[in-house]
Write a protein that binds this ligand. Structure first.
Ligand code: M6R
Length: 366
């Protein structure tokens, strides 16, 4: 059942070229230059008219929402608020009839998310669900939605569901932005093309598992880890840190790289590994100077970089190179080495990564 892999988590990480392909399949049509998603089409006018979108989710799905915030704001010019479902629910949030609330959940059974959307529904919001499990409670409680089609996810640490969520959210943002007219045909087609290339690029990244395993073994005894990224790579840093915590029990924190100087930099010494998600994008020069700041304090730097980067390898202790991609789809690629790193560190420390302590696959209590 694990298809020859030692753990479900590893099997699911390696399935991603197929699962991402499955979430694009039947929707993204590169030849005709269009995206078909019935649930989105049905509510297109609501999306176009939306004064804002509220996204509610927990854990890894919350990280997908955070990435989507950047996508929707950029492509659709709609302000997005990303909320932890649990906090949203208890805060007496301001929701008006007709507001769009997007709920993101792999299982579709997370109690915090389910209760949050039920409250929002009472206030008259339109609920758009993005779930992996077909027919799940959140899917049923939503007015409309889109499934992620990643297939059953068994590993407690979410991996393939996350990349499918990103693919689906990117398609929705593209479709809405294009219909709304906030996105040019040229940019629409470019990102569409970039999305279509993702499954092949993921395959390339997975081929580097030996390199990533070696890096994992080198850092497996660390006590703490810092993950840093900017822009689209900031949520990736958060997700990398969460994966490491869940699977290896190493204390890890994710931060926007520029925020480091406002506090976390005090933690940096020769013991601390700092992982930079530093692929080439509009922030590249900035993140290079953040890397220098860490090296100046003798931190150990692991960097996820774009293939062909000639600068960062001279500064970092270890690098993992990924294929070049548009910054909007880059998170789907950049998270893959972080999933593998967490996995191999957990294994190196002797833990059963499929049954991390204190965690359940879906949290059905509030
Ligand atoms: O099923 P959901 O996407 O609603 O679950 C949300 C979180 O409980 C989940 O992502 C959790 O953080 C995972 N263990 C992350 O790997």
């Amino acid at each position: 059942e694990k298809g020859g892999f030692d753990h479900f988590m590893l099997k699911e990480i390696f399935e991603q070229p197929d699962t991402i392909f499955d979430s694009l399949r039947g929707r993204l049509d590169e030849q005709r230059g269009m995206i078909t998603m019935r649930g989105v089409e049905e509510y297109m006018q609501k999306f176009i008219d939306a004064q804002r979108i509220i996204m509610v989710a927990c854990g890894t799905s919350w990280h997908a929402a955070l990435t989507a915030e950047y996508m929707f704001e950029e492509l659709c010019r709609i302000p997005v608020e990303v909320e932890y479902a649990s906090e949203f629910r208890y805060r007496n949030p301001v929701i008006h009839p007709g507001n769009m609330v997007m709920a993101i959940s792999q299982s579709g059974e997370t109690a915090d998310t389910l209760v949050a959307i039920e409250e929002a529904k009472k206030a008259g919001a339109i609920i758009f669900g993005i779930c992996n499990v077909v027919g799940s409670s959140i899917a049923r409680a939503s007015h409309a939605g889109a499934y992620t089609h990643a297939g059953p996810e068994i590993g407690v640490a979410s991996t393939k569901a996350f990349t499918a969520q990103l693919a689906v959210l990117c398609m929705i943002a593209l479709k809405v932005g294009y219909e709304k007219g906030t996105l040019s045909r040229e940019r629409f087609l470019h990102v569409l093309h970039e999305l279509a290339l993702v499954p092949e690029k993921v395959k390339e990244i997975l081929q580097q598992h030996e390199n990533i395993k070696a890096i994992a073994e080198k850092y497996a005894s660390a006590r703490d880890f810092l993950y840093l990224g900017r822009g689209y790579n900031f949520p990736v840093a958060l997700e990398g840190a969460l994966k490491l915590k869940e699977i290896s029990y190493i204390h890890a924190e994710g931060y926007p790289a520029a925020e480091m100087k406002h506090g976390p930099i005090a933690l940096v010494d020769e013991q601390l590994p700092v992982l930079f998600v530093a692929t080439r994008d509009r922030f590249h020069e900035k993140i290079v100077s953040n890397i220098q700041e860490i090296k100046a304090r003798r931190g150990r730097v692991i960097a996820v970089i774009t293939e062909g980067d000639e600068v960062v390898p001279h500064m970092a202790d270890d690098v993992i190179a990924v294929p070049a991609a548009d910054e909007m789809v880059a998170p789907i690629l950049n998270v893959i080495p972080l999933q593998l790193l967490a996995y191999y560190i957990g294994v190196a420390r002797g833990y059963d990564v499929d049954k991390p302590r204190n965690l359940a696959k879906s949290v059905t209590v509030e």
